[in-house]
Design a protein around this ligand. Structure first.
Ligand SMILES: Cc1cc2nc3c(=O)[nH]c(=O)nc-3n(C[C@H](O)[C@H](O)[C@H](O)COP(=O)(O)O)c2cc1C
Length: 197
């Protein structure tokens, strides 16, 4: 039996999936957010380090804490979104490796790497996990609106003070209003972006 997903699923996940900025008034439940994480967490990361940490901002109070750190063009779309994920990563991700790694020396060996190596691994794998999260959200029927237009340092002070967690990007989640999408921009063709050697 083929393990390929069907054509409709490919549309939902990729071909017809758009970046949304206007939202229908349907809430995103806690259960939906848990379902998204439950899928996203299985995506691969270096040594199974899984450095991403997610804060799902849904309450009015928490949205107000986020608001002052958003670029002007991102305020309305974020404040009106049913949920906004802060995709972050823990620079001390290796503290969890006793649970995550089958290799008994993994925690010690990662903790001894240079700060630059640790930062690179955390950012690389945390970004991958952010992408897995968006695909998972689409897979359970949600729309996404990713954003990097915000003050990372401000969000870190507000949400991650006293921790080793750093924000990477934001992603609004909800049910998008299909009637107000921007025209779809093109993508590079295979020959422009890829080589087979
Ligand atoms: C990491 C990242 C950061 C982005 N930052 C912003 C942003 O700050 N504000 C915004 O309106 N859109 C932002 N976008 C949305 C992109 O412009 C959009 O995904 C891209 O143009 C493709 O649009 P499409 O998915 O509708 O084809 C961002 C997307 C990503 C993945």
């Amino acid at each position: 039996m083929s393990r390929a997903v069907n054509d409709d699923a490919l549309d939902v996940l990729f071909r017809k999936a758009r970046t949304h900025r206007k939202w229908r008034a349907e809430p995103v439940t806690r259960q939906m957010l848990m379902a998204v994480y439950d899928l996203a967490r299985w995506g691969p990361t270096t040594n199974n380090t899984t450095p991403a940490r997610f804060v799902f901002v849904i309450s009015k109070e928490a949205k107000e804490r986020l608001k002052p750190h958003l670029n002007k063009g991102n305020v309305e779309q974020t404040m009106s979104a049913p949920a906004t994920a802060i995709i972050a990563y823990d620079t001390k991700f290796y503290e969890m490796l006793d649970k995550l790694s089958p290799n008994p020396g993994a925690k010690e060996s990662w903790s001894q790497k240079s700060p630059a190596e640790i930062a690179e691994a955390a950012f690389r794998n945390g970004s991958l996990q952010g992408a897995y999260m968006m695909i998972a959200a689409r897979a359970v029927g949600l729309d996404c609106g990713p954003m990097s237009g915000f003050d990372n340092a401000g969000v870190d002070r507000e949400f991650f003070a006293g921790t080793t967690i750093k924000s990477n990007f934001l992603c609004n989640l909800g049910y998008g209003d299909e009637t107000v999408l921007r025209p779809r921009a093109g993508r590079l063709d295979f020959d422009e972006a890829c080589r087979i050697l």
